[in-house]
Design a protein around this ligand. Structure first.
Ligand SMILES: NC(=O)c1ccc[n+]([C@@H]2O[C@H](COP(=O)([O-])OP(=O)(O)OC[C@H]3O[C@@H](n4cnc5c(N)ncnc54)[C@H](OP(=O)(O)O)[C@@H]3O)[C@@H](O)[C@H]2O)c1
Length: 248
């Protein structure tokens, strides 16, 4: 896998899977554009990347209607993107009786609507390079059921539908698009989830992964494989990276 000469935008690059992906892509010689809301955290990720020419671009992806214009202005500075990894996301554990329309809309805005608008932006002329590749972070809970997380699960399942439709529309333009669906991975998001669960329930969650809980690098490797030439004939797919969680 070699990404020299490629500029890749990574959302959620200040934390967890996005941060690890940015680090790995830079080791593969990509120029990485890092986005998230918190400039300081993005600077911290940027400071540990390999190579030169990386850029931070703080932006709140909740401002969905502004995304296409933001991407257009950004790519005027960076040049067309050869890759986009959409790792920004929020998770809530909220049984359906506690779901309010407001909370559901907030989550769907960051996890799903942002992806739709990013794809609208990415498809604009001069925003993407010839032979580019997109990876959306879905989740295993968008594929197999898990209790008490209906809105998050819906957002992650919807990303797969979005990705499949766009795979067909984008193919003539030489843009590939795929999802990666991780099981539970040791990140800040999981740390928050761990706080909510009684210890024995977290232990059961760990045991539900035959290979144990994942590391962010396990997911970053899969993302890079899809972005690089190794994925040149893969589009419209969901790569499950879950330590065997969904094999049972
Ligand atoms: N960890 C897991 O077990 C797991 C499993 C399956 C799928 N996933 C998915 O993988 C992706 C990454 O998860 P993670 O565990 O790495 O999460 P994380 O550590 O909580 O990081 C989330 C990232 O999203 C960014 N973000 C959140 N809201 C944003 C907004 N409104 N605008 C821009 N950026 C925003 C955060 O940056 P700022 O706060 O600085 O804005 C942060 O960089 C998510 O889509 C998640 O659903 C995770």
């Amino acid at each position: 896998m070699d990404l020299s000469g490629s500029t890749v935008l990574v959302t959620g690059a200040s934390s967890g899977i996005g941060r690890e992906t940015a680090i790995f892509l830079s080791a593969l010689q990509a120029k990485v554009v890092l986005t998230g809301r918190d400039a300081e955290r993005l600077e911290r990720t940027a400071s540990i990347l390999s190579g030169v020419g990386h850029k931070i671009a703080p932006f709140d992806l909740g401002r969905t209607d502004e995304i296409p214009g933001w991407l257009k202005r950004l790519t005027l500075e960076t040049g067309p993107l050869a890759g986009l990894v959409h790792s920004a996301g929020v998770q809530t554990t909220l049984p359906i009786k506690f779901v309010t329309q407001d909370k559901a809309e907030q989550l769907l805005r960051v996890n799903l609507l942002s992806a739709i608008m990013l794809m609208k932006g990415f498809s604009q002329r001069d925003c993407h390079a010839m032979d580019s590749s997109v990876v959306l972070l879905s989740s295993i809970v968008g594929i197999v059921g898990r209790s008490s997380t209906p809105v998050y699960a819906a957002s992650k399942a919807a990303l797969i539908g979005l990705m499949k439709s766009l795979a067909i529309d984008f193919a003539p333009h030489r843009i590939r698009i795929n999802c990666v669906a991780p099981g539970y991975v040791e990140t800040e998001m999981l740390a928050e989830y761990r706080e909510l669960l009684p210890a024995e329930q977290f232990e059961a969650l760990e045991k539900a992964h035959p290979l144990g809980i994942g590391a962010p690098s396990d997911v970053a490797n899969a993302i890079a494989f899809l972005l690089a030439k190794t994925g040149r004939w893969i589009t419209g797919s969901t790569l499950v990276v879950d330590g065997g969680y969904s094999a049972q």
